[in-house]
Design a protein around this ligand. Structure first.
Ligand code: HSE
Length: 403
């Protein structure tokens, strides 16, 4: 019998307990698995597992029968301290906590190695989609050249509800919270920080060096309006929040932002809470991973798979990357941009004078909307400054990368 303690009895933690204690894992894991304790400062009167709940972490750490800790608390405090203490005590840790993995992953992976235990985090990216293990194991023969993904279920759900079903931003967000998709502070979702942590984790794993999520240029979905979506759709594009990175050999480029994807692009029809991740390998070419990116049972499924893996393999082939050494580079590729500006009557001639030939879109009165040709990102930024100089500081309504 392998005993597990679950830290945090929220959406994911309760899903983990439900799956483990409701399942028969003897055949799959080669041993029975049992949740022996649940750590939470709250009480859960009437819950089937209320007797397992404790608020004393020392009791869990001191229980030699508990060999695996599942951390589903989220955030850095106290999860970082609890994880380190567990690893130092010789207990393996499984987590869904992307903030912790993105921030301290390299250090915690080293600590796990030194203590001959595992630190696994399949659930930290893509909810129920297998992506960490495939990147680490199945694609091991490849140099990974790039990653492009819809990495946040909440924002994809909001964009779909708003623009396909006419639901307001606020209602779509409340619905995502009620369904257990959103972070405790949903700003992490809508401002792109959650997707940023996930692209940092995937890129660190794929390229072998820790990539600091604070260095990744990140923009969320708060500036996307129905007008942007209408303009995009009229041109045959959908708008998605995309995390992307590229291996430059001597560095890494990574960013998170809304992107206009042409219809027919493999990510353009990914809707609702679904995530999809396109990985380019030197031998395989493009490989795509698709599934539910958030929610109780999909995420708990990935956590429990890690637990089973530890029981079966004692952490064999655990993911690893080195600490430090990589700074996030500027975009090496030219960009094509959608630009929407207020027109004061001089807009069209100013746009042509600054950007040269652009594709003008049919726009509402008082606005000019266009798509640029490919140009280096710093040149685009300079052109926008020049346009603001002519049309006014507040003239730029929105700019979106076009793939
Ligand atoms: N808030 C996250 C999302 C949860 O919406 O994708 C899964 O990581």
């Amino acid at each position: 019998m392998v005993n597990v303690a679950v830290l945090g009895y929220g959406t994911v933690g309760s899903g983990v307990v439900e799956i483990i204690n409701g399942g028969q894992f003897l055949k799959k894991a080669g041993d029975e698995i049992n949740v022996k304790a649940i750590l939470d400062i709250r009480k859960f009167p009437g819950d089937t597992y209320e007797n397992l709940v404790t608020d004393n972490y020392d009791n869990i750490l001191g229980d030699d029968e508990i060999s695996i800790i599942v951390e589903t608390m989220g955030g850095l405090k106290p999860a970082y301290d609890f994880t380190k203490r567990a690893l130092l005590k010789g207990k393996s840790v499984v987590t869904s906590n992307k903030e912790l993995v993105a921030t301290h992953g390299a250090e915690l992976l080293s600590l796990a190695k030194e203590n001959n235990v595992s630190y696994l985090f399949e659930a930290s990216v893509g909810g129920g989609i297998p992506i960490i293990r495939p990147l680490n194991n199945c694609l091991a023969a490849n140099d990974i050249t790039s990653i492009l993904g819809i990495l946040n279920g909440t924002t994809n759900y909001i964009l779909t509800q708003m623009f396909k079903n006419g639901v307001s931003f606020e209602n779509a967000l409340s619905d995502a919270q009620a369904k257990g998709y959103a972070e405790q502070n949903p700003a992490a979702d809508i401002e792109g920080h959650d997707a940023c942590r996930k692209i940092a984790i995937l890129s660190s794993l794929a390229y072998g060096k820790h990539i600091n999520s604070n260095e990744i240029k990140t923009e969320g979905i708060t500036k996307i309006s129905s007008a942007d979506v209408n303009y995009a759709e009229a041109e045959g594009y959908s708008i998605k929040l995309i995390g992307r990175s590229k291996n430059l050999g001597d560095g890494v480029y990574a960013c998170v932002s809304p992107v206009m994807l042409p219809k027919g692009h493999p990510l353009s029809d990914v809707e609702d809470v679904f995530n999809a991740i396109l990985v380019n390998g030197s031998a395989t070419g493009d490989v795509m991973f698709y599934g539910k990116g958030a929610g109780k049972l999909p995420t708990a499924s990935a956590v429990v798979a890690d637990v089973i893996d530890i029981v079966k393999h004692k952490g064999y082939g655990a993911p690893f990357w080195e600490d430090g050494g990589v700074t996030v580079a500027i975009n090496p590729d030219p960009v094509k941009m959608y630009v929407r500006v207020c027109d004061n009557g001089r807009g069209a001639s100013a746009v042509t004078a600054i950007f040269g030939e652009v594709k003008m879109l049919k726009s509402e009165p008082g606005e000019i909307v266009f798509i640029t040709d490919n140009l280096p990102e710093n040149e685009f930024d300079d052109c926008i400054l020049k346009l603001q100089g002519i049309l006014g500081q507040d003239s730029i309504i929105n700019t979106i990368t076009v793939l």
